[in-house]
Design a binder for this molecule. Structure first.
Ligand code: GNR
Ligand code: NI
Length: 175
């Protein structure tokens, strides 16, 4: 297993649309293992492959608490089958948008079909944090960030600050 670099906004790679995986094989499982390790190290509760620069429809997640046993989840080629009428608001963050947290409204429940770590097809009803996080990760597969759900003024202010952060870090690296 190996840690991978997490891409941060603004970066055109985060706007790429991810393509379906053809086969869940050992090579893909190695990617999922790396993603999980990278997510735990960050730390975060979910990660989409595009965040480590791989434009494939792959998501890893672990919503267990600090004191619980690890509970990794893997979603390959996920499809939302249905969403609830009722919505929920959650304060979201993103490893690709470091240090920013904002309320985002999404359907409170959803039903998803996906392939698991073994490549078996599965369906699951999601609600609460699982529904929110899954929809956040599936947005990444479409090249969408949580800041794209905010007002244009807010989004552009955040991107400006992120670009500034990036530039000052770059200066440190090259100094
Ligand atoms: O670690 C993360 N926390 C989080 C909190 C609220 C809603 C979504 C998330 S996902 C985020 C990790 C991440 O960037 N996944 O793409
Ligand atoms: Ni994210």
């Amino acid at each position: 297993m190996a840690l991978r670099n997490i891409i941060t906004a603004p970066d055109p790679r985060l706007k790429q649309v991810s393509t379906p995986v053809e086969k869940v094989d050992d090579e893909l499982r190695a990617l999922m293992d790396d993603m999980l390790e990278t997510m735990y190290a960050a730390p975060g509760i979910g990660l989409a492959a595009i965040q480590v620069g791989v434009p494939k429809q792959v998501i890893v997640m672990d919503l267990s608490g600090e004191d619980d046993a690890p509970a990794p989840r893997y979603f390959v080629n996920p499809e939302i089958l249905s969403t609830s009428e009722d919505h929920a608001i959650y304060e979201e963050g993103c490893l690709s948008v470091p240090d920013f947290y904002e309320d985002v409204e999404r359907p409170a429940q959803c039903r998803v079909r996906f392939l698991d770590y073994q490549g078996e097809i599965r369906e699951m009803d999601c609600d609460g944090l699982l529904a929110t996080c899954l929809q956040h990760e599936m947005d990444h597969l479409k090249g969408v960030l949580f800041i794209d759900h905010l007002s244009r003024v807010k989004r552009e202010m955040m991107l400006k600050k992120l670009l500034k952060q990036k530039k000052s870090q770059q200066e440190k690296v090259t100094a």
